[in-house]
Design a binder for this molecule. Structure first.
Ligand SMILES: Cc1ncc(COP(=O)(O)O)c(C=O)c1O
Length: 470
């Protein structure tokens, strides 16, 4: 019998480490479940199961004493998982799908198994090195200078917010130095910019100078911004301009070079939101559309979208990362040790967060294993599918393209269809597990929308979605 200093009988006291003891059965069963999923030739679309009994399926599952892991895993596998649409299905043509490589999915498990954080050089040098190598690869592809750097955050929204905070505070500091008043600032955006930009401006107490785009092009040009600013009564409160490459709804790539030029002329911050379409820079035939991206003060590209990494991961790059560190670094006595070497830029200093998962490592591993050429081919496949879908839609007398696709998103009209008809098309295809499609709007009109991103999507899968428009 072992005695605590209190004299209590330890064998009779609860075992506080019982959750942490290795459990070979649980390891084996969960890895088996994961292996089955990873080895499926095509993951099911799912998303069909009846949600109405979810409450009863999980009711009372969490108790004082816990329960057998097999029982809980079965609830997940049989009740919860089938209600979750597989964003990584090659039949997912809605929102912005995801298509993580096998290498990235597997390495995500390594990050999880090691509970790997990527906060600072002091705590996680190897993880920070690897993440920085992946970020450097993206920065080099974009043509950003050697001095650029950044961090992986949870998504495009978080990245846009963190970047716009830096844009705002950099301008505020400049204005203070010049003896100008601290006024609410504005950002020039297109009417096609992602919703997270508007949210970010709300959070940062800035407002938008919205420049309307015209016609089916939808491109925000440097010229349009010049005109809008020229007719603005007092543009002196503008601190930044946002270019999108490409837009989420229609895949439109803005006039990045023209917008970068206007930003330079006015001394504004130049932010490029390439959360969805930034990966297009990989494809030589498209590269000219990204001319000027190397001028960005901040650039976002989401690995969990077209860079084939699992959720949740967005790359946020800054031309001058020290400006970001000046805004985002958290100072507290217990953190002094991680800021010991002032030459180090810690990932936690470059966005609105402190503790962070080393979420860039799955991309890093997959880039190293597969090589950039494999990424180029995979992105090009999405573009090919969009061209193919556009061609099929053009051939149909009852359909019309809204605009020629720039990237991998196709907007179209099905003559005579209402929102209800598009909804039925969606329901039918999902019930048959042939595709998940949703409608959208273009200039107020309800339209069909198809997004291609998965390299395993075949033309036959595209045909199945389009044939269902009959
Ligand atoms: C252009 C663009 N910016 C920002 C976002 C937001 O990214 P997230 O959903 O990762 O927050 C998206 C999402 O689709 C996007 O397409």
């Amino acid at each position: 019998m072992t005695l605590h200093s209190s004299g209590a009988d330890e064998s009779a006291s609860p075992d506080p480490a019982r959750m942490h003891r290795p459990d070979p059965d649980m390891v084996r069963d969960i890895l088996e479940y994961v292996a089955d999923r990873l080895l499926e030739p095509e993951v099911p679309l799912d998303g069909l199961a009846d949600r109405s009994h979810l409450t009863s399926a999980i009711d009372g599952l969490i108790t004082e004493d816990g329960r057998d892991f097999r029982e809980v895993l079965a609830v997940y596998r049989d009740e919860l998982a089938p209600t979750v649409l597989s964003a990584d299905s090659p039949r997912m043509f809605s929102f912005i799908p995801s298509a993580p490589t096998k290498a990235s999915l597997l390495f995500d498990m390594v990050v999880s198994a090691a509970s790997l954080q990527g906060i600072s050089w002091c705590e996680a040098a190897g993880a920070v090195m690897a993440e920085n190598q992946a970020l450097r690869t993206l920065a080099d592809l974009a043509g950003l200078p050697e001095s650029s750097g950044g961090v992986f955050v949870s998504g495009g929204s978080a990245a846009n917010l963190s970047a716009l905070v830096v844009a705002r505070d950099t301008m505020r500091r400049r204005r203070a130095t010049a003896g100008l008043p601290d006024v609410p600032l504005r950002v020039v955006v297109s009417d096609q910019a992602h919703s997270s930009i508007a949210n970010s401006l709300g959070i940062t107490m800035m407002s938008a100078l919205i420049v309307p785009t015209t016609g089916t092009s939808g491109v925000l040009t440097g010229e349009a911004v010049r005109v809008a600013v020229g007719s603005d009564p007092d543009p002196s409160d503008i601190c930044a301009v946002v270019a999108t490459s490409g837009t989420t709804n229609a895949g439109i790539i803005d006039d990045i070079a023209g917008l970068g030029q206007v930003a330079r002329e006015h001394g504004w911050w130049f932010h490029v939101d390439g959360a969805y379409g930034g990966a297009g820079i990989l494809v030589p035939s498209l590269r000219h559309r990204y001319a000027g991206i190397e001028q960005a003060d901040s650039l976002v590209m989401d690995p969990h979208k077209w860079w084939f990494a699992p959720f949740d991961c967005a790359a946020l790059l800054y031309r001058e990362p020290w400006l970001a560190a000046a805004v985002h670094t958290q100072n507290a006595s217990y953190l002094d040790v991680i800021h010991g070497d002032s030459a180090d830029l810690n990932p936690s200093d470059l966005a609105h967060h402190l503790t962070r998962r080393a979420r860039g490592l799955p991309l890093w591993f997959s880039l190293a294993v597969n090589g950039i050429g494999a990424y180029r081919d995979a992105v090009a496949h999405g573009l090919d599918l969009a061209s193919y879908a556009a061609e099929r839609l053009r051939e149909r007398a009852d359909c019309e393209l809204v605009r020629e696709p720039d990237l991998s998103i196709v907007l179209f009209r099905r003559q005579g269809w209402t929102e209800e008809d598009y909804a039925q098309w969606s329901t039918r295809l999902l019930q048959e597990q042939r595709a998940f499609v949703t409608s959208s709007r273009w200039r107020g009109e309800v339209v069909g929308r198809l997004v291609f991103l998965h390299p395993a999507t075949t033309r036959q899968m595209v045909d199945e979605a389009i044939d269902a428009l009959d």
